[in-house]
Design a protein around this ligand. Structure first.
Ligand code: F6R
Length: 616
């Protein structure tokens, strides 16, 4: 979704803004622009539809020398297509004010009508230009930016992060948030605003998360935060855990390739500090109180997309270890089914970004209806953890590629830790089972590294299958959500039709899809730890093979039962059944990446998708 950066300070403003926008590119966008106060003291805007390179070309052809105040934006179109006119920033007050926006202003039609009745002509189709014109009109009436901005913000409905600057108040950028993220970066003699810390982390790691319905005003020497009424609000700063290099590609061909490789460390970092001897203890959950956890009657995991598949996998484990019924619901469906929630319901949200609007709204709904909420999140101080009773951070580091990889394995890891913690506190997990899980965890990062090394084999496979138009994925039990995730990855970045099925469901319909040469990835459970499921999956393989499928079997090393029926076999290290998904998903991630590459597509920024979905 849209990326936002604001800057006041002595450094080259255009450079600072472009650098910030470059680091926000991962969020997904279709146009980009900046506004600065130029050497003649006027507001200068440069904006273009398309990628940042097009904006840079424009800046080369038509340079601007800025004097230390600027705002920059990458737009993911909502109101009006991705055109030069619709790109942000938008102007108000006869070009003296510039404004950028992330989100959707729901009452913009009514506000637009009001402006038009007032004789103000708007040139774009956006809701944002309406806000710029309103603030501009208000500045002309009231005389100062802050008062005008506050007056307009109070009238808006919907979701927004807004940044504005005015020619008559150089060295100042005002900003507001309502259901959309905003962070301040604290520098020495300079300050920043961003939709996330990536906007400024190459300059400073000191950050302040702006709270809901607050306004932040930055000048080079001061940061002030108020509520919408103008009352001062106290704030605390935090240090961003990662530095700028963590969100750089390094020598990798894509961020996704880098992030697949990061997975052993992502798992390791998520485990750190959460295992005590032979059992799991998560300090963040201990703070909730053991009595509360012992009283929980039901766990509901809410999430979207990949995060929901992590939840589906973990639900099996939580139910087994903590003996609590556990289910997964898509965040965007959750509220509409009028769910049964009590104070003994534990709602666990899973979100890499911590800003997904559907999940945020579901968390708020759960809290308002009396449930306890825990967030599993990868982004420090994001909105969802701040709305939850407790947070268990995944420490996967920044995930830049739109397709989630390392966050997924870290989410499963964190959710398993939650399940083991609950099992320990509630006394449902035997000492032996706990010790066994701990041993599995300890060996996991090295096994994940081995799974990452399947890359070469998968590269070959993808090369042979470059013309494939449809791929199916089959799994049972925890392998089923892995099949769904494998299919999602392929759809997202290789634009190939793909479906994931529960292997047992095959005979109830989907087997009709099997035709000669149809590729099917099958996630084969361990014959040692899940012998019954293993034999059922081997039967499923025989059924599809008999109908002409090309079978790619993902098995644990030493499993020879599938060899007679598989066209390709990918071998993974031995692991207990719950730990297999963390390994099995890795060849599927590589497969999607390699097919996308073979088709010449943009692996990191697939069409129509945004990294962080901040609208419902
Ligand atoms: C797929 C993917 C998405 C996200 C989903 C939730 O690769 O990344 O399906 O998992 O949009 O995002 P978060 O985890 O940020 O809430």
């Amino acid at each position: 979704m849209c990326g936002i950066v604001g800057y006041v300070g002595p450094n080259d403003t255009v450079d600072v803004l472009l650098n910030g926008l470059r680091r926000l590119e991962y969020r997904g966008y279709d146009s980009a622009g900046i506004a600065v106060i130029d050497a003649s003291g006027e507001v200068s805007v440069r904006k273009r539809a398309g990628k940042l390179a097009r904006l840079e070309e424009l800046l080369e052809a038509s340079p601007v020398s800025a004097t230390g105040t600027g705002i920059g934006h990458t737009r993911w179109a909502t109101h009006g297509g991705p055109t030069d006119e619709n790109a942000h920033p938008h102007l108000g007050d006869g070009g003296k004010l510039a404004l950028i926006h992330n989100g959707i202003v729901e009452n913009f039609v009514e506000l637009r009508g009001e402006l038009e009745a007032d004789g103000i002509t708007l040139i774009s189709d956006t809701d944002t230009e309406v806000v710029a014109a309103l603030v501009g009109r208000e500045v002309a009436r009231q005389g100062d930016l802050e008062t005008a901005f506050r007056a307009v913000v109070a009238r808006l409905r919907g979701t927004f992060t807004l940044l504005a600057m005015h020619r008559d108040e150089p060295g100042k950028v005002v900003s507001a948030r309502h259901h959309s993220p905003l962070v301040v970066g604290l520098g020495e003699g300079e300050n920043f605003l961003g939709s996330d810390v990536a906007a400024f982390v190459s300059s400073t790691r000191r950050a302040v998360a702006v709270d809901e319905d607050n306004i932040a005003i930055i000048t080079p020497d001061e940061v002030r935060i108020t509520d919408f009424a103008g009352n001062p609000v106290e704030f605390t700063e935090y240090e961003v855990e990662w530095d700028a290099t963590a969100s750089e590609k390094g020598g990798w061909s894509s961020f996704m390739a880098k992030e697949i490789n990061d997975q052993p460390e992502a798992v390791d970092n998520t485990l750190r500090g959460r295992i005590t001897g032979d059992h799991v203890e998560i300090p963040e959950l201990t703070e909730l109180g053991d009595d509360l956890l012992r009283d929980i009657e039901r766990v509901v995991i809410i999430a979207c997309g990949t995060a929901s598949y992590a939840g589906q996998i973990a639900a099996y484990a939580i139910e087994q270890w903590a003996r609590i019924p556990a289910e997964v619901q898509l965040s965007h469906e959750f509220r509409y089914r009028d769910p049964v929630l009590t104070e003994r319901t534990l709602v666990i949200s899973v979100s890499q970004s911590g800003e997904t609007m559907d999940t945020l709204m579901a968390v708020k709904y759960a809290s308002e209806h009396g449930a306890r909420t825990v967030s599993v999140c990868n982004t420090q101080s994001a909105t969802i953890p701040r709305e939850s009773d407790a947070v268990v951070y995944t420490h996967a580091g920044p995930e830049v590629a739109v397709a989630s990889t390392k966050a997924f394995v870290a989410q499963i890891t964190a959710l398993y830790l939650v399940g083991l913690h609950l099992g320990h506190v509630r006394g449902t997990l035997s000492a032996e089972a706990s010790a066994q899980a701990v041993r599995q965890f300890e060996a996991l990062p090295a096994k994940v590294r081995e799974a990452v090394e399947t890359h070469e084999q998968i590269e070959q496979l993808a090369h042979w299958m470059a013309d494939t138009r449809s791929v199916l994925f089959l799994g049972r039990h925890v392998g089923y959500p892995v099949a769904l995730e494998g299919a999602l990855k392929l759809k997202e970045i290789a634009y190939i039709h793909a479906e994931g099925f529960a292997a047992g469901e095959l005979k109830h319909g989907p087997i009709a899809l099997i035709d000669h040469g149809q590729p099917v990835f099958v996630l084969v459970p361990s014959p040692r730890t899940a012998p019954i499921m293993h034999s059922k999956v081997v039967s499923n393989i025989q059924e599809i093979r008999a109908r002409g499928a090309r079978v790619i079997a993902i098995v644990e090393k030493g499993d020879t039962a599938v060899l007679p029926f598989a066209d390709d076999v990918i071998r993974l290290p031995l692991a207990d059944v719950f730990f297999e998904p963390i390994l099995q998903v890795i060849p599927l991630q590589w497969f999607a990446l390699e097919l996308s590459t073979a088709k010449g597509l943009d692996v990191d920024q697939p069409r129509n998708l945004a990294k962080s979905v901040t609208v419902e």
